[in-house]
Design a protein around this ligand. Structure first.
Ligand code: HSE
Length: 452
Protein backbone atom coordinates (compact mmCIF):
# COMPACT_ATOMS: atom_id res chain seq x y z
CA UNK A 1 0.00 0.00 0.00
CA UNK A 2 1.25 3.43 -0.88
CA UNK A 3 2.16 5.52 2.14
CA UNK A 4 2.75 9.19 1.76
CA UNK A 5 6.41 9.51 2.82
CA UNK A 6 5.74 12.78 4.54
CA UNK A 7 2.73 11.45 6.45
CA UNK A 8 4.61 8.31 7.44
CA UNK A 9 7.54 10.12 9.01
CA UNK A 10 7.82 9.95 12.76
CA UNK A 11 6.89 13.27 14.30
CA UNK A 12 9.90 15.39 15.06
CA UNK A 13 10.82 15.49 18.73
CA UNK A 14 9.42 18.62 20.26
CA UNK A 15 11.87 21.39 20.92
CA UNK A 16 13.37 21.31 24.43
CA UNK A 17 12.22 24.02 26.80
CA UNK A 18 14.20 27.17 26.08
CA UNK A 19 17.70 26.67 27.45
CA UNK A 20 19.62 29.37 29.20
CA UNK A 21 21.83 31.33 26.83
CA UNK A 22 25.60 30.96 27.05
CA UNK A 23 26.69 34.35 28.33
CA UNK A 24 29.85 35.67 26.72
CA UNK A 25 32.12 38.36 28.08
CA UNK A 26 34.52 39.69 25.48
CA UNK A 27 37.91 41.19 26.18
CA UNK A 28 38.92 43.12 23.07
CA UNK A 29 36.76 44.30 20.21
CA UNK A 30 39.41 44.95 17.58
CA UNK A 31 39.78 43.06 14.29
CA UNK A 32 38.92 39.61 15.72
CA UNK A 33 36.49 40.80 18.40
CA UNK A 34 34.40 42.89 16.02
CA UNK A 35 34.31 40.01 13.53
CA UNK A 36 33.13 37.68 16.29
CA UNK A 37 30.41 40.09 17.36
CA UNK A 38 29.24 40.54 13.77
CA UNK A 39 29.13 36.82 12.88
CA UNK A 40 27.42 35.93 16.18
CA UNK A 41 24.69 38.47 15.41
CA UNK A 42 24.37 37.59 11.73
CA UNK A 43 24.16 33.81 12.17
CA UNK A 44 22.58 33.68 15.60
CA UNK A 45 19.78 31.25 14.72
CA UNK A 46 22.08 28.74 13.03
CA UNK A 47 24.67 29.03 15.76
CA UNK A 48 22.03 28.49 18.46
CA UNK A 49 20.70 25.53 16.51
CA UNK A 50 24.12 23.93 16.57
CA UNK A 51 24.98 24.92 20.13
CA UNK A 52 21.62 23.84 21.53
CA UNK A 53 21.13 27.24 23.09
CA UNK A 54 21.62 30.89 22.22
CA UNK A 55 25.05 32.48 22.56
CA UNK A 56 24.82 36.08 23.76
CA UNK A 57 27.46 38.71 24.30
CA UNK A 58 26.61 40.25 27.69
CA UNK A 59 29.63 42.45 28.31
CA UNK A 60 32.62 43.84 26.40
CA UNK A 61 35.90 45.27 27.66
CA UNK A 62 37.66 47.66 25.33
CA UNK A 63 40.36 50.28 25.53
CA UNK A 64 38.48 52.72 23.33
CA UNK A 65 34.90 52.76 24.61
CA UNK A 66 33.61 55.17 21.97
CA UNK A 67 34.91 52.96 19.18
CA UNK A 68 33.55 49.86 20.92
CA UNK A 69 30.10 51.47 21.25
CA UNK A 70 30.16 52.04 17.50
CA UNK A 71 30.59 48.27 17.00
CA UNK A 72 28.34 46.71 19.65
CA UNK A 73 25.64 49.40 19.91
CA UNK A 74 23.88 50.44 23.07
CA UNK A 75 22.51 47.10 24.23
CA UNK A 76 25.80 45.57 25.43
CA UNK A 77 27.41 47.01 28.57
CA UNK A 78 30.96 48.25 28.04
CA UNK A 79 33.85 48.56 30.44
CA UNK A 80 37.47 49.55 30.12
CA UNK A 81 38.41 47.02 32.81
CA UNK A 82 39.08 43.53 31.39
CA UNK A 83 39.25 42.03 34.88
CA UNK A 84 35.63 43.05 35.43
CA UNK A 85 34.63 40.88 32.48
CA UNK A 86 36.96 38.07 33.58
CA UNK A 87 35.37 37.89 37.04
CA UNK A 88 31.78 39.03 36.49
CA UNK A 89 29.14 36.61 37.86
CA UNK A 90 26.94 37.04 34.77
CA UNK A 91 29.64 35.80 32.41
CA UNK A 92 29.91 32.05 31.64
CA UNK A 93 32.72 32.21 29.11
CA UNK A 94 35.39 34.82 28.49
CA UNK A 95 36.50 35.44 24.91
CA UNK A 96 39.99 36.92 25.08
CA UNK A 97 40.86 38.51 21.75
CA UNK A 98 42.92 41.47 22.94
CA UNK A 99 46.29 39.79 22.33
CA UNK A 100 49.60 40.16 24.16
CA UNK A 101 50.98 37.97 26.90
CA UNK A 102 51.34 40.00 30.11
CA UNK A 103 47.92 41.38 31.05
CA UNK A 104 46.16 38.70 28.95
CA UNK A 105 47.70 36.01 31.17
CA UNK A 106 46.24 37.71 34.26
CA UNK A 107 42.78 38.09 32.71
CA UNK A 108 42.68 34.48 31.55
CA UNK A 109 43.92 33.10 34.88
CA UNK A 110 41.39 35.30 36.72
CA UNK A 111 38.57 34.02 34.52
CA UNK A 112 39.63 30.42 35.13
CA UNK A 113 39.90 30.99 38.88
CA UNK A 114 36.32 32.32 38.78
CA UNK A 115 35.15 29.10 37.10
CA UNK A 116 34.70 30.55 33.62
CA UNK A 117 35.53 28.82 30.38
CA UNK A 118 37.94 30.70 28.13
CA UNK A 119 38.04 31.02 24.36
CA UNK A 120 41.07 32.77 22.93
CA UNK A 121 42.77 33.36 19.60
CA UNK A 122 45.93 34.38 21.41
CA UNK A 123 48.67 32.02 20.23
CA UNK A 124 51.47 33.98 21.89
CA UNK A 125 49.74 33.66 25.26
CA UNK A 126 49.27 29.90 24.97
CA UNK A 127 52.68 29.21 23.44
CA UNK A 128 54.40 31.01 26.30
CA UNK A 129 52.05 30.43 29.25
CA UNK A 130 50.10 27.41 28.00
CA UNK A 131 51.41 24.97 30.61
CA UNK A 132 50.30 27.23 33.47
CA UNK A 133 46.95 28.12 31.88
CA UNK A 134 45.99 24.55 31.00
CA UNK A 135 46.98 23.32 34.46
CA UNK A 136 44.81 26.01 36.07
CA UNK A 137 41.92 25.13 33.76
CA UNK A 138 42.18 21.45 34.73
CA UNK A 139 42.22 22.38 38.38
CA UNK A 140 39.06 24.49 38.02
CA UNK A 141 37.31 22.14 35.60
CA UNK A 142 36.91 24.64 32.80
CA UNK A 143 37.70 24.60 29.09
CA UNK A 144 40.33 26.71 27.36
CA UNK A 145 39.60 26.59 23.64
CA UNK A 146 41.88 28.13 21.02
CA UNK A 147 40.99 27.04 17.48
CA UNK A 148 41.40 30.65 16.31
CA UNK A 149 45.00 30.69 17.53
CA UNK A 150 46.29 28.44 14.72
CA UNK A 151 45.68 29.00 11.00
CA UNK A 152 42.50 30.87 11.87
CA UNK A 153 39.82 29.55 9.49
CA UNK A 154 41.19 25.99 9.33
CA UNK A 155 39.82 23.70 12.07
CA UNK A 156 43.24 22.12 12.49
CA UNK A 157 43.14 21.80 16.28
CA UNK A 158 39.89 19.88 15.98
CA UNK A 159 41.33 17.77 13.16
CA UNK A 160 44.38 16.81 15.23
CA UNK A 161 42.58 16.29 18.53
CA UNK A 162 39.47 14.57 17.24
CA UNK A 163 39.47 13.65 13.55
CA UNK A 164 42.94 12.09 13.64
CA UNK A 165 42.70 10.67 17.16
CA UNK A 166 43.40 7.13 15.91
CA UNK A 167 46.78 8.05 14.45
CA UNK A 168 50.34 8.11 15.61
CA UNK A 169 51.25 11.43 14.04
CA UNK A 170 54.67 11.44 12.38
CA UNK A 171 54.91 15.02 11.23
CA UNK A 172 53.01 18.25 10.80
CA UNK A 173 54.14 20.85 8.28
CA UNK A 174 52.45 24.13 7.69
CA UNK A 175 52.35 27.53 6.11
CA UNK A 176 50.89 29.07 9.22
CA UNK A 177 51.54 32.78 8.92
CA UNK A 178 49.37 34.69 6.49
CA UNK A 179 51.47 37.87 6.52
CA UNK A 180 54.72 36.23 5.44
CA UNK A 181 52.98 34.06 2.87
CA UNK A 182 51.38 37.21 1.46
CA UNK A 183 54.79 38.93 1.34
CA UNK A 184 56.50 35.95 -0.35
CA UNK A 185 53.71 35.69 -2.91
CA UNK A 186 53.95 39.39 -3.74
CA UNK A 187 57.75 39.16 -4.06
CA UNK A 188 57.44 36.23 -6.44
CA UNK A 189 54.40 37.21 -8.49
CA UNK A 190 54.71 40.99 -8.67
CA UNK A 191 58.42 41.49 -8.03
CA UNK A 192 57.53 43.70 -5.05
CA UNK A 193 60.29 44.33 -2.56
CA UNK A 194 59.97 43.16 1.01
CA UNK A 195 59.04 46.51 2.61
CA UNK A 196 56.31 47.30 0.08
CA UNK A 197 54.77 43.85 0.45
CA UNK A 198 54.80 44.12 4.26
CA UNK A 199 53.10 47.53 4.09
CA UNK A 200 50.30 45.98 2.03
CA UNK A 201 49.88 43.11 4.51
CA UNK A 202 49.63 45.61 7.36
CA UNK A 203 47.07 47.71 5.50
CA UNK A 204 44.95 44.58 4.99
CA UNK A 205 45.02 43.82 8.73
CA UNK A 206 46.91 40.53 8.43
CA UNK A 207 49.96 41.50 10.46
CA UNK A 208 50.31 41.33 14.24
CA UNK A 209 50.37 44.60 16.22
CA UNK A 210 54.15 44.15 16.13
CA UNK A 211 54.84 42.85 12.59
CA UNK A 212 58.26 41.60 13.75
CA UNK A 213 56.31 38.65 15.18
CA UNK A 214 55.25 37.76 11.64
CA UNK A 215 58.37 38.46 9.63
CA UNK A 216 60.79 37.00 12.20
CA UNK A 217 58.82 33.74 12.26
CA UNK A 218 57.76 34.11 15.90
CA UNK A 219 54.01 34.02 15.21
CA UNK A 220 54.44 30.84 13.16
CA UNK A 221 56.55 29.36 15.97
CA UNK A 222 53.77 30.11 18.48
CA UNK A 223 51.34 28.21 16.27
CA UNK A 224 53.76 25.36 15.58
CA UNK A 225 54.16 24.91 19.33
CA UNK A 226 50.41 24.31 19.66
CA UNK A 227 50.28 22.01 16.62
CA UNK A 228 53.17 19.88 17.90
CA UNK A 229 51.62 19.60 21.36
CA UNK A 230 48.35 18.35 19.88
CA UNK A 231 50.07 16.08 17.36
CA UNK A 232 52.49 14.36 19.73
CA UNK A 233 50.98 14.84 23.18
CA UNK A 234 54.00 16.84 24.26
CA UNK A 235 53.80 19.98 26.41
CA UNK A 236 53.88 23.41 24.72
CA UNK A 237 57.57 24.15 24.07
CA UNK A 238 57.92 27.57 22.44
CA UNK A 239 61.44 28.11 23.80
CA UNK A 240 62.60 24.98 21.96
CA UNK A 241 61.52 26.04 18.45
CA UNK A 242 64.31 26.96 16.02
CA UNK A 243 63.04 30.15 14.46
CA UNK A 244 64.20 31.96 11.36
CA UNK A 245 62.08 34.57 9.59
CA UNK A 246 62.10 35.99 6.09
CA UNK A 247 63.76 39.37 6.68
CA UNK A 248 67.09 38.25 5.27
CA UNK A 249 65.54 36.58 2.25
CA UNK A 250 66.59 38.07 -1.07
CA UNK A 251 64.46 38.38 -4.16
CA UNK A 252 67.29 36.73 -6.07
CA UNK A 253 66.79 33.53 -4.07
CA UNK A 254 63.08 33.55 -4.84
CA UNK A 255 64.01 33.65 -8.55
CA UNK A 256 66.83 31.07 -8.25
CA UNK A 257 64.53 28.66 -6.37
CA UNK A 258 62.03 29.06 -9.17
CA UNK A 259 64.74 28.19 -11.73
CA UNK A 260 65.44 24.96 -9.85
CA UNK A 261 61.74 24.02 -9.73
CA UNK A 262 61.03 25.17 -6.18
CA UNK A 263 59.20 27.95 -4.33
CA UNK A 264 60.23 29.50 -1.05
CA UNK A 265 57.72 29.30 1.79
CA UNK A 266 58.00 30.09 5.49
CA UNK A 267 57.41 26.57 6.73
CA UNK A 268 56.72 25.30 10.22
CA UNK A 269 57.86 21.72 10.68
CA UNK A 270 57.27 19.44 13.64
CA UNK A 271 58.56 15.93 13.07
CA UNK A 272 59.35 13.12 15.45
CA UNK A 273 61.85 10.35 14.99
CA UNK A 274 63.67 7.85 17.16
CA UNK A 275 66.21 10.55 18.07
CA UNK A 276 63.72 13.22 19.09
CA UNK A 277 61.46 15.92 17.79
CA UNK A 278 62.32 18.58 15.22
CA UNK A 279 60.57 21.87 15.87
CA UNK A 280 61.46 24.56 13.39
CA UNK A 281 60.16 27.53 11.45
CA UNK A 282 62.32 28.49 8.49
CA UNK A 283 62.08 29.77 4.95
CA UNK A 284 62.39 26.59 2.92
CA UNK A 285 62.29 25.50 -0.71
CA UNK A 286 59.32 23.28 -1.52
CA UNK A 287 58.86 21.63 -4.92
CA UNK A 288 56.89 23.91 -7.26
CA UNK A 289 54.72 20.95 -8.21
CA UNK A 290 53.69 20.34 -4.58
CA UNK A 291 50.30 21.59 -3.34
CA UNK A 292 52.08 23.56 -0.61
CA UNK A 293 53.84 25.65 -3.24
CA UNK A 294 50.43 26.80 -4.49
CA UNK A 295 49.28 28.19 -1.17
CA UNK A 296 49.45 31.88 -1.97
CA UNK A 297 48.58 35.27 -0.52
CA UNK A 298 47.42 35.21 3.09
CA UNK A 299 46.19 31.63 2.80
CA UNK A 300 47.49 28.94 5.17
CA UNK A 301 47.83 25.20 4.77
CA UNK A 302 48.74 22.41 7.14
CA UNK A 303 49.76 18.87 6.21
CA UNK A 304 49.64 16.08 8.73
CA UNK A 305 51.20 12.66 8.30
CA UNK A 306 49.51 10.02 10.42
CA UNK A 307 50.35 6.34 10.37
CA UNK A 308 46.78 5.29 9.61
CA UNK A 309 45.27 8.20 7.67
CA UNK A 310 48.45 8.86 5.69
CA UNK A 311 48.97 12.46 4.57
CA UNK A 312 46.03 14.82 4.97
CA UNK A 313 46.05 18.50 4.05
CA UNK A 314 43.99 21.44 5.28
CA UNK A 315 43.73 24.79 3.51
CA UNK A 316 42.06 28.09 4.29
CA UNK A 317 42.43 31.76 5.15
CA UNK A 318 45.27 32.31 7.60
CA UNK A 319 44.31 35.76 8.80
CA UNK A 320 41.34 38.08 8.85
CA UNK A 321 38.51 39.28 11.02
CA UNK A 322 35.58 36.97 10.27
CA UNK A 323 37.94 34.14 9.31
CA UNK A 324 39.22 34.13 12.90
CA UNK A 325 35.69 34.72 14.22
CA UNK A 326 34.65 31.49 12.52
CA UNK A 327 37.04 29.56 14.77
CA UNK A 328 36.28 31.55 17.91
CA UNK A 329 32.55 30.91 17.51
CA UNK A 330 33.09 27.20 16.80
CA UNK A 331 34.85 27.08 20.17
CA UNK A 332 31.90 28.88 21.78
CA UNK A 333 29.56 26.27 20.31
CA UNK A 334 31.71 23.52 21.85
CA UNK A 335 31.63 25.32 25.19
CA UNK A 336 27.85 25.72 24.98
CA UNK A 337 27.57 21.94 24.68
CA UNK A 338 29.70 21.22 27.76
CA UNK A 339 27.01 21.80 30.39
CA UNK A 340 26.71 18.86 32.72
CA UNK A 341 29.94 17.18 31.57
CA UNK A 342 32.92 16.51 33.79
CA UNK A 343 36.44 17.34 32.66
CA UNK A 344 37.24 13.67 31.94
CA UNK A 345 34.36 13.51 29.46
CA UNK A 346 35.70 16.43 27.44
CA UNK A 347 38.29 16.65 24.69
CA UNK A 348 41.54 17.38 26.58
CA UNK A 349 43.10 20.81 26.04
CA UNK A 350 46.03 19.40 24.07
CA UNK A 351 44.33 16.30 22.72
CA UNK A 352 45.87 13.93 25.29
CA UNK A 353 44.88 13.53 28.92
CA UNK A 354 47.44 15.03 31.29
CA UNK A 355 48.75 11.69 32.54
CA UNK A 356 49.52 10.61 28.93
CA UNK A 357 51.52 13.70 27.96
CA UNK A 358 55.14 12.97 27.15
CA UNK A 359 57.93 15.58 27.04
CA UNK A 360 59.76 14.40 23.91
CA UNK A 361 63.42 15.45 23.60
CA UNK A 362 63.88 18.23 21.04
CA UNK A 363 66.60 17.71 18.45
CA UNK A 364 69.24 20.44 18.49
CA UNK A 365 69.59 22.39 15.24
CA UNK A 366 72.94 20.73 14.48
CA UNK A 367 71.38 17.25 14.47
CA UNK A 368 68.63 17.98 11.94
CA UNK A 369 69.28 16.50 8.53
CA UNK A 370 67.73 17.82 5.30
CA UNK A 371 68.63 18.68 1.71
CA UNK A 372 69.98 22.21 1.24
CA UNK A 373 69.94 24.89 -1.41
CA UNK A 374 73.07 27.02 -1.72
CA UNK A 375 73.67 30.12 -3.80
CA UNK A 376 77.38 30.74 -4.22
CA UNK A 377 78.54 34.00 -5.85
CA UNK A 378 81.75 33.21 -7.73
CA UNK A 379 84.46 35.30 -9.39
CA UNK A 380 83.81 36.03 -13.03
CA UNK A 381 85.69 33.41 -15.01
CA UNK A 382 85.48 30.69 -12.39
CA UNK A 383 82.66 28.41 -13.32
CA UNK A 384 80.52 25.81 -11.71
CA UNK A 385 83.37 23.28 -11.98
CA UNK A 386 85.23 24.87 -9.07
CA UNK A 387 82.20 24.59 -6.81
CA UNK A 388 81.21 21.12 -8.02
CA UNK A 389 84.69 19.70 -7.49
CA UNK A 390 84.92 21.32 -4.05
CA UNK A 391 81.75 19.45 -3.01
CA UNK A 392 83.05 16.22 -4.56
CA UNK A 393 86.36 16.53 -2.68
CA UNK A 394 84.45 16.89 0.59
CA UNK A 395 82.18 13.98 -0.30
CA UNK A 396 79.12 16.11 0.27
CA UNK A 397 76.23 14.51 -1.64
CA UNK A 398 75.02 16.85 -4.36
CA UNK A 399 71.92 16.47 -6.50
CA UNK A 400 72.41 19.41 -8.86
CA UNK A 401 74.94 22.17 -9.55
CA UNK A 402 74.02 24.84 -12.08
CA UNK A 403 74.52 28.48 -12.94
CA UNK A 404 71.80 30.99 -11.99
CA UNK A 405 70.08 32.39 -15.05
CA UNK A 406 69.19 36.02 -15.68
CA UNK A 407 71.23 37.76 -12.96
CA UNK A 408 73.08 40.33 -15.13
CA UNK A 409 73.78 42.80 -12.31
CA UNK A 410 75.75 40.44 -10.11
CA UNK A 411 78.78 38.19 -10.27
CA UNK A 412 77.96 34.69 -11.54
CA UNK A 413 75.93 32.69 -9.03
CA UNK A 414 76.35 28.94 -8.72
CA UNK A 415 73.30 27.13 -7.39
CA UNK A 416 73.71 23.85 -5.52
CA UNK A 417 71.07 21.39 -4.35
CA UNK A 418 72.39 18.82 -1.91
CA UNK A 419 70.95 15.54 -0.75
CA UNK A 420 70.15 15.31 3.00
CA UNK A 421 73.06 16.59 5.09
CA UNK A 422 73.16 17.10 8.86
CA UNK A 423 73.12 20.77 9.79
CA UNK A 424 76.37 20.47 11.79
CA UNK A 425 78.16 19.14 8.70
CA UNK A 426 76.56 21.78 6.49
CA UNK A 427 77.63 24.60 8.83
CA UNK A 428 81.25 23.41 8.70
CA UNK A 429 81.10 23.10 4.92
CA UNK A 430 79.64 26.58 4.52
CA UNK A 431 82.37 28.04 6.68
CA UNK A 432 85.05 26.40 4.55
CA UNK A 433 83.33 27.22 1.25
CA UNK A 434 83.12 30.88 2.19
CA UNK A 435 86.94 31.01 2.29
CA UNK A 436 87.36 29.41 -1.14
CA UNK A 437 89.29 31.76 -3.53
CA UNK A 438 86.64 31.38 -6.24
CA UNK A 439 83.86 32.61 -3.95
CA UNK A 440 83.04 36.28 -4.47
CA UNK A 441 80.45 37.00 -1.79
CA UNK A 442 78.29 35.65 1.02
CA UNK A 443 76.99 32.13 0.42
CA UNK A 444 73.25 31.78 1.01
CA UNK A 445 71.91 28.50 2.39
CA UNK A 446 68.30 27.42 2.81
CA UNK A 447 66.73 24.11 3.68
CA UNK A 448 64.77 22.11 1.14
CA UNK A 449 61.63 20.25 2.25
CA UNK A 450 60.41 17.73 -0.28
CA UNK A 451 57.29 17.02 1.88
CA UNK A 452 57.14 13.57 0.36
N1 HSE B 1 49.50 37.82 11.91
C1 HSE B 1 48.90 36.54 11.78
C2 HSE B 1 49.20 36.00 10.38
C3 HSE B 1 47.42 36.65 12.00
O1 HSE B 1 49.64 36.79 9.54
O2 HSE B 1 49.08 34.81 10.15
C4 HSE B 1 46.70 35.35 12.15
O3 HSE B 1 47.23 34.57 13.18
Amino acid sequence: MYRDPVQSLEPLPSRPAAMRALRVGMIGIGTVGSGTFRVLARNQAEIAGRAGRPIEVVMVAARNLARAAGIVGKSVPLTDDPLRVATHPDVDVVVEVAGGTGPAREWVLAAIAHGKHVVTANKALLAVHGAEIFAAARQHGVAVAYEGAVAVSIPIVKALREGLAANRIEWVAGIINGTTNFILSKMRDEGLDFAAALAQAQALGYAEADPAFDIEGIDAAHKLTLLAANAFGTPVRFADVQVEGITALQRMDVACAEQLGYRIKLLGMARRSEEGMELRVQPALVPASHLMAHVNGSMNAVMVKGDAAGVTMYYGAGAGSEQTASAVIADLVDVARLDGTSITQRVPHLGFHAHAMNALPVLPRAAVSSPHYLRVPVQTGSGIEAVASWFADRQLPVKQVTLAAGQPDTSPQVLVLTLPVRQAEMDLALHALQAHPAVAGAVTALRVEELA
